[in-house]
Ligand binder design. Structure first.
Ligand code: UDP
Length: 410
């Protein structure tokens, strides 16, 4: 019932010209002692959101350097994903906790998946809280267990975290994006490793401006007029309504501006549609607001086109575990404005590689500043791209995983 995900092939050598030979050599050296090790990534979905985005690259790269690696997606029905969505939101600070019944549902599906899980792994990396109980249920199925947390645990709902923590005690190692996210009781077992984007994936590979224009035009964007764009799930923390408010501030001074809100619907995100509808309602029929999702056929190439073409890219989140969309955006060398929360300030130095903002007003004002001064936008974009090249591309993440496997004795 666990579904293996087929990830295709990627070759580390293809990244050499982008990240440089020393890093590629270091990776190969670290991989030598790990040849043939059986590694399993377990996650809740193979589609939508940051976790699957990362795994589609890191899994084939681990295979390319000699690990025997698989990715499997756990089984769950709507009742499970409804419960885990409440858990996800509560762990990021929402008041609403799971009901006793929802906790039981969560445990029940973890038990089903734990039973089905094949045996004999050198290490299992469990991503996020959805499958987190599995290590406690079948500890002997792997020599090592690692919990990989992708969410912002800095201000969790204490009641929710209290129930989850005993399950996390079964992981001798846990990996977080930022030191701020580590719950005090996990401190001694925590490692800090930010995620990364794949510069060669269709979403991030170099695109000619003409191709980007052609694709954006197909979605009804007037390519002669400025466009602001946010790419993200329809989720309250991503604040698409706040982005619309910021756009309206720009629109008042610059009537020709347009907004594109591009958001995919994840299979483990039942709330997504409600929030999508709320966003459409907030746009109030404005023909210059384009709200698109994967059901309009917006896939990786289209996201790339929007990010490559937009005059300003926005990620106005009010909570953000890391925000892959931030590195994706600035990798396109476009000027960027993001919420000053979670993983966004890790990726952006305010005023140098983008702007950090705390409100829709500030976001609108910064957008006006950039639109009035193309030189400023270019400088921000160039500096942003360079910082992603140094810090947030997949080979660096691969190196960090291999270093960790070496340290814990996988
Ligand atoms: N994404 C996408 N299409 C969309 C919206 C998002 O492909 O319409 C991708 C986005 O490009 C990024 C990932 O989904 O790679 C979202 O990861 P992020 O860390 O930004 O946020 P999360 O959704 O995990 O909270």
């Amino acid at each position: 019932m666990l579904q293996p995900v087929s990830v295709g092939h990627k070759h580390l050598s293809d990244y050499t010209s982008i990240v440089g030979r020393p890093l590629v050599d270091e990776i190969r050296e670290r991989a030598e002692a790990l040849q043939g090790k059986r590694i399993l990534h377990l996650s809740a979905t193979a589609f939508g959101g940051g976790v699957s985005e990362i795994l589609y690259t890191i899994v084939p790269l681990m295979a390319d350097v000699g690990l025997d690696v698989e990715w499997q997606v756990i089984y769950g029905r709507e009742e499970f994903f409804n419960a885990t969505k409440v858990m996800h939101n509560a762990l990021q600070g929402n008041q609403q906790d799971l009901t006793t019944e929802q906790w039981d549902i969560w445990r029940h599906y973890n038990e089903i998946n734990a039973r089905e899980l094949p045996d004999g792994w050198d290490a299992i990396i469990v991503h996020d809280p959805q499958p987190a109980a599995i290590a406690s249920l079948v500890p002997t199925k792997s020599r090592h267990w690692i919990w990989r947390c992708h969410i912002d645990l800095s201000t969790p709902n204490p009641a929710t975290l209290e129930v989850l923590l005993p399950y996390l005690d079964h992981y001798p190692a846990a990996v977080f994006h930022l030191p701020d996210y580590v719950p005090p009781s996990i401190d001694g077992r925590a490692r800090i490793v930010p995620p990364a984007i794949d510069p060669l994936a269709p979403k991030n590979m170099a695109f000619s401006p003409d191709d980007a224009v052609y694709i954006c035009g197909q979605f009804g964007i007037d390519v002669e007029r400025p466009v602001l764009c946010q790419v993200s799930r329809f989720d309250p923390w991503k604040d698409p309504l706040g982005v619309i408010d910021a756009y309206r501030i720009v629109k008042a001074k610059m009537p020709e501006v347009q907004l594109a809100l591009v958001g995919s619907m994840a299979t483990d995100d039942p709330e997504g549609w409600d929030y999508y509808n709320a966003t459409v309602a907030h746009a109030d029929g404005d023909p210059d607001i384009h709200i698109l999702n994967n059901f309009n056929n917006v896939g990786a190439i289209e996201v790339n086109a929007f990010q490559s073409h937009a005059d300003i890219l926005i990620q106005k989140s009010t909570r953000e575990g890391f925000g892959l969309t931030v590195s994706e955006a600035i990798w396109k060398a476009r000027p960027f404005i993001g919420g000053d929360v979670g993983g966004i300030p890790l990726q952006i130095t305010d005023g140098e590689s983008g702007f950090l903002v705390r409100s829709s007003e500030e976001c609108g004002q910064r957008a006006l500043e950039i639109l009035a001064d193309p030189g400023l936008g270019k400088r921000l974009g160039r500096a942003g791209k360079e910082s992603v090249r140094r810090r947030f591309l997949s080979p660096r993440l691969l190196r960090d995983w291999l270093a960790m496997f070496g340290e814990i004795g996988v």
